[in-house]
Design a protein. Structure first.
Length: 184
């Protein structure tokens, strides 16, 4: 399995407001299109129980939902394409295997604990940024924010920025593609 992260953050590195909800002000059409298109190309999506991708094709995608409510990976009775997974009890590979996914691209889409869990395993990370929006007291993309910037955390874990793409020129929203540095 290869792991890719996808997140949009405010200028202070937050992915949700102080109530834990991603506000409408952090949702931009260009980023939503980028995100939806990317998720259509991966084999599996991983997120926490409070994170989700509210896209038209969401229910059709295979996913793993992290929760402390199970001891072993099991199919979610509410969605046969989803597995409930306790990261403290089983590796992610076990959860993917329940859905028949033992290789391929895996998209990590949040929240904070889930993003942190894969910091040393990301091959790619797509960090979208909304530079004109601040969410004081919000939910950070990684632990250590706002004392540190998300770029610093990605760099510390061996990722380097390679390209920046504008997703919404009117709001200066862009996405930076980070990739794992090759081992010397």
């Amino acid at each position: 399995m290869t792991f890719e992260g996808y997140a949009i953050v405010s200028r202070d590195g937050m992915l949700a407001d102080a109530t834990g909800v991603m506000p409408e002000t952090l949702k931009f059409d260009g980023d939503q299109r980028f995100f939806d298109k990317a998720l259509d190309t991966v084999d599996l999506i991983v997120h926490g129980r409070n994170s989700f991708e509210d896209q038209p094709n969401s229910y059709n995608r295979k996913r793993v939902i992290a929760t402390r409510q199970v001891d072993r990976p099991i199919i979610d009775h509410a969605n046969p394409k989803a597995v409930l997974w306790n990261p403290a009890r089983a590796p992610i590979e076990d959860a993917g295997a329940v859905l028949g996914i033992t290789a391929g691209r895996v998209a990590i889409i949040g929240g904070t604990d889930i993003f942190d869990m894969f910091l040393d395993r990301y091959v790619d990370f797509y960090l979208s940024q909304a530079p004109h929006l601040a969410l004081p007291g919000g939910v950070p993309v990684f632990h250590g924010i706002p004392a540190r910037h998300p770029d610093d955390i990605l760099s510390q874990h061996g990722l380097v920025p390679t390209e920046t793409r504008v997703l919404d020129a009117a709001h200066d929203v862009n996405v930076v593609h980070w990739v794992r540095k090759p081992l010397a």
